[in-house]
Ligand binder design. Structure first.
Ligand SMILES: Nc1ncnc2c1ncn2[C@@H]1O[C@H](COP(=O)(O)OP(=O)(O)OP(=O)(O)O)[C@@H](O)[C@H]1O
Ligand SMILES: C[C@@](O)(CCO)CC(=O)[O-]
Ligand SMILES: [Mg+2]
Length: 329
């Protein structure tokens, strides 16, 4: 039996535009998905999934006798969850050079699901690591990130960046542009506060929506490029340790994401609550459509304001996690 864990993330800036080759800066946060993998006698997969926002469910599928999942929860939820786990196991089998093997998989996660904090990347990265180790092999963090990206790419219908998976595998603050993925060395202390509306957004659908807008309107394509420009300005601010400037750029980034149609009333409400509480800046994080915002605030004011904001179901401080994927036992 092997357990590995990997962190979720917030985007300081650059989500969505990163899918089209612009740079992005995601930062790993101290909220993890833990995946436990145990080899089975047969070739089936049995998954027990538990999440903050889910009561949990168990599903068994695959093998020679029966390929249909056997479950008691709504089909879309199962398809979503099985896609990531299936992909992670397939990558591990390939990495270990094993043609087939069955596993019992348990997922425990403190990352709200589908909320912009990279739960999918964390589950995939931890899943590949645990399953590969269970098969007696071991991958570098870079190889893990690469294989996890392949899984996100498939599940998101060929529209994914390497940002979430690289960040989850490596930890810390990272910069991703196309295939160029690197960890940022020294970054100033980033006082992240997260607000969560209890909702989810479908990453694949939201990415497809931006792609459509970009094809239809030149100015939507310009907005995507502008996000790239502000990320480059943000990199300079990071080097200078200018946290106030980072905040202003986050505000700008939210405006552009909103123009690209990926915000939501609940996200805008939390962003404005943070701004009115004198946060240095605030924006949605991840795919959007519902889920989380991230603000920068050295004081307790944003946290308190979010706790009293209608529609915000959870507010918490998020510390940068400098550690990426790790084996737990
Ligand atoms: N605890 C979990 N157990 C099983 N599957 C999970 C768990 N957490 C996440 N997942 C998988 O990840 C999917 C959510 O991924 P999605 O990319 O839509 O959102 P996210 O990664 O949380 O946010 P974003 O990509 O915007 O940062 C779920 O539908 C499920 O398939
Ligand atoms: C929206 C997106 O940019 C981030 C989702 O967390 C999609 C991706 O990078 O694959
Ligand atoms: Mg995701």
């Amino acid at each position: 039996m092997t357990t590995s864990s990997a962190p979720g993330k917030v985007y300081l800036f650059g989500e969505h535009a990163v899918v089209y080759g612009e740079p992005a800066v995601p930062c790993a946060i101290e909220r993890r998905a833990r995946v436990t993998v145990e080899r089975r006698e047969d070739e089936r997969l049995r998954v027990r999934a538990n999440d903050l926002t889910l009561d949990g469910f168990t599903v068994t599928w695959g093998g020679e006798t029966d390929t249909r999942p056997d479950v008691d929860v709504p089909a879309p939820l199962v398809e979503a969850a099985t896609g990531y786990i299936d992909g992670a196991i397939a990558q591990a089998l390939d990495a270990a050079g094993e043609p087939a093997a069955g596993f019992d998989v348990t997922v425990e996660s403190d990352i709200p699901l589908g909320a912009g904090l990279g739960s999918s990347a964390a589950v995939v990265v931890a899943g590949i690591d645990a399953a590969t180790r269970e098969l007696g092999a071991e991958l570098s963090s870079e190889e893990l990130a690469d294989r996890a990206y392949q899984v996100e790419y498939d599940v998101q219908d060929g529209q994914a960046s390497r940002a979430d998976t690289f960040c989850s595998a490596m930890g810390g603050a990272v910069r991703v542009q196309g295939e160029d993925c690197r960890r940022l060395g020294e970054v100033p202390t980033l006082p992240f506060v997260v607000g969560y509306d209890g909702n989810t957004g479908d990453t694949g659908e939201l990415v497809a929506g931006v792609r459509e807008l970009k094809h239809t309107y030149g100015f939507a394509a310009d907005a995507v490029e502008s996000i790239g420009d502000l990320v480059r300005a943000g990199e300079a601010a990071l080097r200078d340790g200018d946290v106030e400037e980072l905040g202003r750029l986050m505000d700008f980034n939210h405006g552009l994401l909103s123009a690209l149609g990926v915000s939501a009333r609940s996200l805008d409400t939390m962003v404005w609550a943070a701004r009115e509480a004198d946060a240095l800046g605030a924006k949605l994080t991840g795919a959007g459509g519902g889920g989380c915002i991230v603000a920068l605030d050295r004081t307790e004011q944003t946290h308190t304001a979010l706790e009293y904001t209608p529609g915000c179901t959870d507010a918490f401080r998020a510390e940068l996690d400098t550690e990426g994927v790790r084996v737990e036992r």
